[in-house]
Design a protein around this ligand. Structure first.
Ligand code: MSP
Length: 648
């Protein structure tokens, strides 16, 4: 995707709680994309902010005995301060309590009404205050609890204005089909299509049961209604550009990418494009959906006391190391588990050994042989093959970033570092210099310097300050002009002199933060071990049919597959079992299957296994397979079966 203007957004964060690692993750991804877009010379607008209306915020403030606006001011400021401390390069921080935002939302309401997309009716339904969403009775868990967050719902009967969402079903389906990359990763798009194909009901878009929200435009003369918080919130993406007030920045619309977490996909991929169509505005180019961060395999929550505080982590391990870790550790779209050991491993291994040591080696060699001098003019003469290999690798990188395969981007970016280290081992400069091959040795140092320069330019958006330090050591400064010259036009570095310096990534020996004690949310009754009658017959333990049925086996289709880096055994799969989300399965089958041959094939999945963690990645199921001396094969249905079919 190449665009001249780049408008990049994060969700706006609710002001009922302070920022945690999940919020930091979305914001850091968005910041990385914005920084990269600026570096390649695109006009960029990066938006973040806070979502401040709705019953949830009203109740939170009341519980704390605070005035709602004062409470919102306080938490909104805490988000803004954190992003400032994190050097997040946002161009605007929007608050839904801003006057111009409210005016824009009212303008949108009137426009949709005039178009005939809004009508007034009565609504009765089960409302989850935490998710600010109505749910049909059928979807409730045990007839009462929210299917998304598990909290109790309340029955609400209200007069309400409705948006004719049902009228947009076909148009939405056409959009998903016509622009296959509108939702990334693509597996998430399939989920949305399935949901919309199941039929859309009109959407209640005003509330009368509380007050804390944007009022309807005056001409409606209906003061007891306030706007549904998701209509109010989604509109921020255009009101921030001036929609409905001073439209001077509206030429940034449509967004290049809205970054969101998977829990708010439906709002962004169904409601938002439908609202935009109703307003005759173009649709966003991409909605980028990331997975969920857990802590030791468990959902983070305040009551459990296992919430990861991003500031604590950044203070302890370094902000940019933390940024690198988050973007590298988890495939975009998949869930990830936060562990200090995984973070330490990334710092010591990727950053310390691969990147930091290479710079040290260059400083050491140039110091020893050339009093620190490095010249690049003869690199092509001696090391054209290595240069070509590096350039090929660098040229392939950019699409990964804008296709939101950020982990792949970083994985590929480490390839040139490998080439550099290999070249040192292969050419053995300590021997070359002894043999009097001075020019070759200088050119080798030049090659290392060029590789470090290219890597630091391409890594700049992820680690802005660290890469400037590397660039400085190589005698240049990272700017869009230097990017253009070195990355796009193959310019070589000017001669420079290295100086000894402390290591960029000091080794971390052990976790730096005390592990928090996890509090069980509610004391659970001790589990009774099921009575198992085990009969031994010819060495086989016999089980009853009930025990067999305790295992849920299902037919699934693999919709995505990729190799797990640094593992000879593991593949990372997304398996569709016909549930709301595909399952992430980490399977030890790499020796026998390639990712390509697996995609689109059916497998048998143990669907009720407790999630486990393999190399830091969550695995939510297991594939049935048979292994003997000849190797392993997957057990598959003989004929294609509907996704989710139980296996008996
Ligand atoms: N206010 C809405 C968004 C409105 S956008 C028009 C909202 N706010 S939120 O504060 O609850 O969540 C903001 C973002 O944080 C969401 O994208 C959500 O997915 C993300 N995360 C919240 N907890 C998370 C994790 N544990 N892990 C990863 N991201 C998570 O929703």
């Amino acid at each position: 995707m190449s665009c001249h203007k780049s408008y990049i957004t994060t969700p706006i964060y609710y002001v009922n709680d302070v920022a945690h690692i999940g919020h930091a993750y979305t914001t850091i991804i968005a910041d990385t994309l914005a920084r990269y877009a600026r570096l390649i010379g695109q006009e960029t607008f990066f938006l973040t902010g806070t979502d401040e209306h709705g019953q949830k915020i009203e109740e939170s403030a009341k519980k704390k005995g605070k005035d709602i606006k004062a409470y919102a001011d306080e938490i909104s400021a805490s988000f803004r301060n954190l992003w400032d401390e994190f050097d997040i390069s946002y161009d605007k921080f929007i608050r839904t309590t801003d006057e111009d935002h409210k005016t824009g939302v009212q303008k949108a309401f009137s426009t949709m009404y005039e178009k005939g997309d809004i009508y007034k009716d009565k609504y009765q339904g089960h409302y989850c205050i935490s998710c600010e969403t109505f749910f049909p009775e059928l979807q409730l868990v045990d007839g009462e609890y929210c299917p998304d967050c598990g909290k109790s719902t309340t029955i609400v009967e209200e007069e309400s204005y409705f948006f004719r969402l049902s009228a947009y079903e076909e148009k939405l389906l056409n959009w998903y089909k016509e622009y296959p990359e509108c939702i990334l990763p693509k597996s998430k798009r399939n989920e949305v299509i399935r949901f919309v194909e199941g039929g859309l009901n009109d959407l209640s878009i005003t509330r009368t049961s509380f007050d804390w929200g944007v009022k309807l435009p005056e001409q409606f003369n209906d003061p007891k209604h306030v706007m549904y918080v998701w209509l109010d919130a989604l509109m921020n993406y255009v009101t921030a550009l001036g929609y409905g007030t001073d439209e001077k920045n509206m030429d940034f619309w449509p967004a290049r990418v809205h970054l969101i977490g998977k829990d708010i996909l439906r709002f962004h991929a169904i409601y938002w494009p439908a609202f935009l169509m109703s307003l005759n505005l173009p649709l966003p180019k991409h909605i980028g959906v990331h997975g969920w961060w857990t802590r030791n395999g468990e959902k983070m929550s305040k009551s459990k006391g296992n919430v990861v505080n991003p500031k604590e982590v950044a203070d302890a391990y370094g902000l940019e190391n933390f940024r690198y870790f988050m973007l590298r550790e988890v495939p975009f779209g998949g869930d990830g588990d936060f562990s200090q050991n995984a973070l330490i491993d990334r710092i010591n291994s990727d950053l310390g050994n691969d990147l930091g040591n290479l710079l040290n080696r260059l400083i050491g060699m140039s110091g020893k042989y050339f009093e620190g001098r490095v010249e690049c003019d003869k690199v092509a003469q001696y090391y054209q093959a290595e240069l070509d290999e590096v350039n090929l690798s660098i040229d392939r990188l950019e699409p990964f970033l804008f296709e939101l395969q950020i982990h792949r981007y970083l994985e590929e970016l480490w390839r040139p570092l490998g080439i550099a280290n290999k070249a040192i081992d292969k050419y053995q400069p300590w021997l070359m210099i002894k043999e009097g091959k001075v020019e070759e040795t200088m050119a080798l140092n030049g090659l290392i310097a060029m590789i470090l320069a290219q890597v630091s330019l391409m890594l700049h958006a992820v680690m802005p300050k660290t890469t400037q330090v590397i660039a400085k050591a190589l005698g240049f400064e990272i700017t869009p002009e230097r990017f253009e010259a070195i990355i796009r036009n193959g310019a070589m570095l000017e001669p420079f002199t290295t100086e000894r310096r402390d290591p960029l990534f000091p080794r971390v020996e052990e976790p730096l933060l005390a592990e928090k004690k996890v509090v069980e949310e509610e004391p659970k009754p001790p589990k009774k071990a099921p009575k198992v009658e085990v009969k031994k017959e010819e060495g086989i333990s016999l089980i009853g049919i009930d025990q067999f049925f305790q295992t849920s086996l299902k037919v699934g289709t693999i919709i995505q597959a990729e190799a797990v880096a640094k593992s000879d055994k593991l593949l990372l799969l997304q398996v569709d079992l016909g549930e709301a989300q595909p399952r992430q399965v980490v399977a030890g089958i790499k020796e026998w299957y390639t990712p390509e041959e697996l995609v689109g094939t059916q497998v048998c999945v143990v669907a009720n296994l407790k999630p486990a963690k393999l190399m830091g990645m969550k695995s939510e199921g297991m594939l049935l397979a048979a292994k003997d001396g000849d190797g392993l094969c997957l057990i598959r249905p003989e004929k294609p079966k509907a996704i989710g079919t139980p296996i008996k």
